[in-house]
Design a binder for this molecule. Structure first.
Ligand SMILES: Nc1ncnc2c1ncn2[C@@H]1O[C@H](COP(=O)(O)OP(=O)(O)OP(=O)(O)O)[C@@H](O)[C@H]1O
Ligand SMILES: [Mg+2]
Length: 403
């Protein structure tokens, strides 16, 4: 599948812009702050309903505008379709597939994308929520119904936090709190948490061989790159490693491989999570907050027997982040039977000649790729494709004679 047209109205720095794209490579070149990332951010947003950089919904709307609109026309084999997303401030987005109005959540997965950007260093060095976002964004592209599970889970968390706070106040006043009401919240939390942990674990399992494969290619050395799920929840039969414990060797890995499928089973997880919530009830009531659950979980990255966090060099960290994105690309391709759109936002300047060459090979094999760069010189010479110049929120085609 490829995008043949992008139209932006009042999105970020764009008032009204239509871009005609080619299958294959599309490159946006322009000085800093001219609006290159804004274009690819629009693609990520219409693909996943989230941005690869931090932003409040309102920042996506052009300053002074009422609503931002992203519209893409896609060509998928014989089929052509249009997706529209209207973004409002403080109000729900609106979406259309061709001219049919649908819930914005239903457009997730229609245009699969994978983006690699400078922000990805945060996958390695940033807070755990960045890693969860990486995994969950991929997960909802693969299983769009999971977007509703996350929504439901967050709603339950919010309401359960209020119930715990209330129980805490009541207990502090020396009155017994309502155990039954908390039991109901525990059951609801466990049900959604089990689905999330199970889907995340299965995805990690699929990702592992691809991560190892791409890290080996990019870093050109035989340290094994590995990803594990680290649960804040003690799932009962088996506890996954926390970051500190990952240093402990191959036996730990063998134990994970042997027991990991316990994390795939929703029914087992649900029972274990309910049990765990029962055990920590006194602590949660004392503190009046949700202490455990997939909203606190993390991903653990390692190279050989060392954790990446705190040990890997700058170059190793970049290779690891890129390998994670390339693994995502392979998984989306495997599941959808076609290439996701690959987006490389300002990343060539960070890569050495060898890794640029690796990436150039991957680009050549993908059906459609969007690339941004501040300086054309950062791009590999062998990179062909349609080139656009971006200046002050205006996109124009660079004719081959101007190159
Ligand atoms: N809601 C908005 N309304 C108007 N302008 C905006 C809005 N959000 C961002 N901008 C402007 O968009 C510009 C940034 O665009 P973008 O991030 O696409 O730049 P870039 O070309 O990718 O730059 P760099 O090379 O530095 O990454 C900034 O000048 C910023 O002020
Ligand atoms: Mg940029």
């Amino acid at each position: 599948m490829y995008i043949s047209h992008i139209a932006l109205d009042d999105f970020r720095s764009y008032h009204h812009q239509v871009i005609e794209c080619d299958p294959g490579v599309n490159v946006f070149i322009g000085a800093n702050g001219q609006g290159k990332t804004n274009i690819v951010e629009a693609l990520v947003y219409i693909s996943t309903l989230s941005s690869h950089r931090f932003s409040k919904g309102s920042a996506l709307i052009r300053q002074g505008g009422n609503a931002g609109v992203i519209r893409v026309r896609c060509v998928d084999k014989e089929r052509t379709f249009t997706l529209d997303l209207e973004i409002f401030s403080g109000q729900a987005n609106r979406a259309r597939h061709n001219s049919t109005v649908l819930s914005p959540m239903n457009i997730i997965g229609e245009v699969p994308t994978v983006i690699f950007s400078p922000e990805d260093i945060d996958l390695i060095r940033g807070e755990r929520k960045k890693r969860r976002k990486f995994l969950d964004t991929l997960l909802i592209q693969l299983r769009p119904s999971m977007a509703r599970v996350f929504q439901e889970y967050n709603k339950i968390l919010h309401q359960r936090a209020a119930a715990l706070k209330n129980a805490s106040t009541v207990q502090y006043a020396g009155v017994p709190y309502d155990e039954n009401s908390l039991n109901i919240w525990d059951a609801q939390l466990a049900q959604q948490a089990a689905k999330i942990i199970s889907e995340r674990s299965k995805l990690i399992h699929k990702m592992r061989p691809w991560l190892e494969h791409y890290y080996m290619i990019l870093a050109g050395e035989d340290k094994k790159a590995r990803i594990d799920y680290s649960v804040s929840t003690d799932t009962g039969a088996f506890k996954l490693p926390s970051i500190e414990k990952i240093e402990a060797s191959d036996e730990l890995r063998a134990a994970i491989d042997e027991h990991e499928n316990e994390l795939f089973d929703v029914a087992v997880l649900e029972t274990n999570i309910r049990q765990m919530l029962k055990e920590i009830r006194p602590k949660e009531v004392e503190r009046g907050v949700n202490l455990r659950g997939p909203h606190r979980d993390d991903l653990v990255f390692s190279l050989g027997t060392m954790p990446v966090y705190g040990y890997a060099s700058h170059g190793e960290s970049w290779s690891f982040a890129l390998a994670l994105r390339l693994a995502s690309l392979e998984i989306l391709r495997e599941e959808n039977g076609s290439d996701p759109i690959l987006i490389l936002d300002d990343v060539f300047a960070e890569l050495d000649a060898y890794r640029r060459a690796c990436l150039t090979d991957i680009i050549a094999r993908n059906e459609q790729v969007f690339i941004t760069a501040a300086v054309g010189d950062d791009l590999p010479d062998s990179l062909d494709g349609k080139k656009f110049s971006v200046t002050l929120g205006n996109v124009s085609l660079i004719s081959p004679d101007d190159k």
